[in-house]
Design a binder for this molecule. Sequence first.
Ligand SMILES: Cc1cc2nc3c(=O)[nH]c(=O)nc-3n(C[C@H](O)[C@H](O)[C@H](O)COP(=O)(O)OP(=O)(O)OC[C@H]3O[C@@H](n4cnc5c(N)ncnc54)[C@H](O)[C@@H]3O)c2cc1C
Length: 384
Amino acid sequence: MMDNSVVIVGSGLAGYAVARELRKLDSDIPITMLSADHGGFYSKPMLSNALSTGKTPQSILNSDAAHMASQLKISIRAYCRVTAINQSKNTLTLANGEEIFYDQLVLALGADQIRLPLQGNAVAKVLTVNDLDDYESFRDALIGKKRVSIIGAGLIGCEFANDLIATGYQVDVIDIGPQPLGRLLPPAGGVFIQQKLEAAGVVFHLDTATQSIDQIGQHLRLILNNGELIESDIVLSAVGLRPRTQLAERVGIQANRGIVVNRLLQTQFSSIYALGDCAEVEGKVLPFVMPITHAARALAATLAGNPTTVHYPAMPVMVKTPACPTVVSPPDFSINGEWQVVTDKDGVQALYHDDDGNLLGYALLGAATKERSNLTAQLPSVLE
Ligand SMILES: Cc1cc2nc3c(=O)[nH]c(=O)nc-3n(C[C@H](O)[C@H](O)[C@H](O)COP(=O)(O)OP(=O)(O)OC[C@H]3O[C@@H](n4cnc5c(N)ncnc54)[C@H](O)[C@@H]3O)c2cc1C
């Protein structure tokens, strides 16, 4: 049994950010990282622009688990899935039956890609990209192929569409909504980015759902609800994420959309914490890098003995669509307000103000992205 040992489950950006920040604060505290995957460190956002930036799955991997373990002076166990948390004993059960003790436990479990219930004999061929291993499979699948259909025109779907079209693939994007990036952009912004991606060659099929996917000879045939047929070589699904809450829920840890934590990143059990894509911090599930950075700093201080609440400043997200530079700082839509949109041929500036005229969020496209710093300075914090 170790003294004050910290066990981190997950080796994604969240797990590594906590390990790194904690090591800066305490050079001795024993840290063990358990990961269901290879345990190496890489930047997940690079996956959706790797083709056009000339990165391979191998070059995206920054450092393997052994190198990270020696750099951070932590113990890393790769391909080691946690199957149960035994909260009353402060132990974890691994897939091989082994038990691991913790004093403080950090859940950095990430999120699963949602899979739509589709019909057809080729549904199992639908790919998703949510980690480096998925990406390697996707890159292998692309070899010798030309046509890719993407289900979902959200941030990840649009980024992959841009990356694929820029590197010579034919790309169809299907979305049930009337515009791309429907959760992030007002309609004028959606129209603008759609036009830019169309000018680059992307074909959108909006306001319709994918009904079935069948293997027809060498290719795949998608049938859409509006009756259209798309012939494709590869289908990539990017329709959203579901935080991984099951492991926590099985031991009675509260979960809504994500694992429920307070501003200390603490679940209702004082020695169990969560952050990153799996966590819901004061009602907010924010599956992006910047919230992880802020949460990891606060959590590391808490784990090192100095209880520290997380604060989120405004955290704009760059959409990696070079065909249409885009940056968004989504407002809290639960606050009454409306978009004020200025569009010209070079860009769209959409500002979301509340009823008192306070700026709550923005969406900037094309030339309007140059206002980013100025506008970000005017935004309220996401969590004070
Ligand atoms: C293609 C793509 C592009 C993106 N681009 C951007 C961007 O431009 N900007 C931005 O801000 N965000 C972006 N994001 C989101 C961002 O990458 C994520 O928010 C972030 O990487 C999530 O990190 P995480 O550590 O919470 O989860 P993950 O990286 O998913 O890590 C979860 C870890 O938990 C492990 N695990 C899960 N269950 C278990 C278990 N039972 N036992 C042991 N280990 C387990 C997994 O193996 C994994 O190591 C992008 C995401 C994708 C998919």
